[in-house]
Ligand binder design. Sequence first.
Ligand code: NI
Length: 139
Amino acid sequence: MSKKVAVFRKESFNAAHRLFNPAWDDEKNTEVFGKCALPNYHGHNYDLIVKVVGKPDKKTGYVMDMKILSDLVKQEIVERFDHKNLNMDTLEFKELNPTAENIAIVIYDLLRPHIDEKLEMQVRLYETPRNFVEYPAEM
Ligand code: NI
């Protein structure tokens, strides 16, 4: 019997982006990305939920100290991306299209090295209340 428990921490950040593929002309970018390709950028209020799964520690009863998880997400993600233009102001998206999918992968890769190997982790990112992604897709 495994008795694994999932714990979640929610944080949020605001950021601007523009979706486009530099290999395509404006017409093709508009066809694929619609308004998201408009050249002057637009913003989103991103909600980020980090899920950590493991067995509660025998001494603390915690899967992971939520204060540590919260501080980690603030330091690694919120400080890095909040109030930034993702395309222009961040190294991560200089050459990577800042779709919700790619942002979730980048966030996962930034956090994963800081979380105990024996814990599983998943990122859920809301770009709008109705559009959200999860990475990895399965855990
Ligand atoms: Ni957008």
